[in-house]
Write a protein that binds this ligand. Sequence first.
Ligand code: ZN
Length: 338
Amino acid sequence: MRGAVIHAPGDVRLETLDDPKILHPTDAVIRTAVTCVCGSDLWPYRGLEPVGDPHPMGHEYVGFVEEVGSEVTSVRPGQFVVGSFATSDGTCANCRNGFPSSCLNVEFMSTCQAERVRIPNAQGTLVATDGHPDRELWPSLLAVSDVMGTGWWAADAAEVRPGSTAVVVGDGAVGLCAVIAAKEQGAERIIVMSRHEPRQRLAREFGATDLVTERGDEGVARIKELTGGIGADSVLECVGTAEAMRQALHAARPGGNVGFVGVPHEVAVDGQELFFSHVGLRGGPAPVRRYLPDLVQRVLAGRIDPGKVFDLTLPLDQIAEGYRAMDERRAIKTLLTP
Ligand SMILES: [Zn+2]
């Protein structure tokens, strides 16, 4: 089969790889329906994380089950399945507490930009749809497996409530999905920090009520202006840089909450500042599997359409261009078709 391999920053190639096999009785192998490039794939691509030895890439997938191990009974060959970038057994204490991305047997996916993928912990990870969903729904179901699930977690962690005011920091795919999540969870006012016109348009479409183009202290001052001088009830931090985290913490009101879901890079939080701010802070890798059944239903019912974040679709063999387009911000997110 063919799959993506990163060799060095800026150098991702489609290569012929061994077909994945069932290695453990808890595994499944799927044939990829669609996959994609994630904003977090850009960290090694840009040389901001070490690449090390050449290795496969990708952690987002939807597809058709081809084979299951002897202990997998929840899905069967032929079914269309959605999963999570973090696999989980569904039975350990952390899974039962609702944090499958901290499963005691967690294995993070890392080989999904390929024609076939081995899924560890298949029993606890995969959710099958009733029948095969229409092809036009595949992008939204794919989004649910990572960016939409992560946006949902941002809103959940920031404790968005009906009637509340939410600020979304970041207008990448996760930030845009966080707008959908804030709206679905009942936020009345959704302020998005964005200065890119196509992304602002999509944010509006997804439910943003206000846009803030200023950054840093000016951006915070603008949010205070829009929130009666005190800041927002909930702030959804979807970037992971020090500047984004600072904006998020300063944009929340005393008693408000920040949900941070951008993987932090060189982020430091000042303990005294946090103490006196009275702001609640929670983040981490999204417990996507907890939300999957609900989010899959919302997509199938036509209630949400997070697949709109894919503004570039390429065949898998043009993967190098898929990465380049996102790196150069010509695309929000690249969809890849095997
Ligand atoms: Zn578990």
